[in-house]
Every structure is written in C-alpha cells, then in structure tokens.
Design a protein around this ligand. Sequence first.
Ligand code: MG
Length: 157
Amino acid sequence: MRTGIGWDSHKLVEDRKLILGGVELEHSHGLLGHSDADVLTHAIIDALLGAAGLDDIGAHFPDTDAAYKDAESLVLLRDVVDRIAGAGFTIEHVDTTVIMERPKLSPHRGAIRATLAAALGLEGGQVNVKASTGEGLGFVGRGEGVAALAVATLSVK
Ligand code: MG
C-alpha cells in the first residue's frame, strides 16, 4: 500500500465559475487559475501523484503551458488515473476535505462524489468528500479563497 497527500488553494474572484470536483456550484464568485482552478481535483491529483512517487501536478501540467489554459481539471485527473495505472498501481481510496466559507458544500456532495468516482474509476464508497469552514479565520474565513486537502491510497498491482 502507498499513501499520498495533496493540498491546494485558489483565490475567489468575480466572473469566474466555481468548479469543485468537476461540479459547477452556483455562486457569486469563482476560482481564479490558469486552468478551471478546480481546487479539489487539483488536491486529488497531487495525492495520487504523491502516492505513486510521480512528482506533482505542476511537473505534469505546467501553468506556463498554454495547452492547460482553462483546462478542465477532470480531464487532467483522468490522465493522471491512466498514468497511475501505467506505473503499476491500483487506486483503492481517496478522502478529501474542502475548506470553504460559502457556499455550502453539502447540497452538492453527492454529485461531487459521483463525478469524482467516475473519473477515478472507483465506486462511490471509495471516494469521500468532507466540508469544513475557516470559522472566519484567515483567507478562507474572509471568503478570499478556497482550500482543499486530499489523501489517496494505492495498492501495487
Ligand atoms: Mg491548483
């Protein structure tokens, strides 16, 4: 068994979509980034790459590369899933936490889990999405951004 951790954060701004785990949430603000800035999917990608010993998201999809401008992060995740399998690993489980003040994540949790499970080639029970807030503290608490953590467990084929 191998375990990897992933962390990411992105800034909340006007006139951008808020996409988490491949699901668009209705909100006044969205996440700023070179790609679609799907902070949750980025954390999962880093957790998977970490567990497999395959560097990090920036090494595979550099934000200086125009090919990844406005890239759909779920497409990048599917690419990473293929690379993980190619490196001889099976994804066993992914656990995540989204740290966000607004909007509430809970109404979207089921859709996010299902979308991520499909991209990861897992059953819904093998992917978990937890929600936390900043309790008014720091950049999350002030509503300036969203952070996400992920842990991935792989087995060697
Ligand atoms: Mg990112």
